[in-house]
Design a protein. Structure first.
Length: 89
């Protein structure tokens, strides 16, 4: 796995310029470089997010269909009831 590019030298130089001791700047750069995720890790995460997105879209679509299945008969029944009441009066 190849890690994403992180310019440790530039980071250490920036820390030194801001007054951080050399040994601490180098230690911080090493710690950050070790924690940068590999490209394969990010690709796996992206793939998983795509799967979750597809799953959520399917659930939303199913919910919309179920809502329509309930609302159409309800509205038709309501309309029939209103028509019946209007005819009574």
């Amino acid at each position: 796995m190849t890690a994403l590019a992180f310019d440790t030298l530039a980071y250490v130089k920036r820390l030194r310029e801001s007054g951080v001791e050399n040994s601490l700047a180098e230690a911080l750069a090493c710690a950050i470089q070790d924690s940068v995720p590999a490209k394969a890790d990010l690709t796996r995460i992206e793939s998983r997010l795509d799967q979750l997105n597809a799953s959520l879209r399917a659930e939303i679509k199913d919910g919309q269909v179920n809502l329509i299945k309930w609302l159409v008969p309800l509205l038709l029944g309501q309309t029939a009831a209103i028509v019946a009441l209007v005819e009574l009066f």
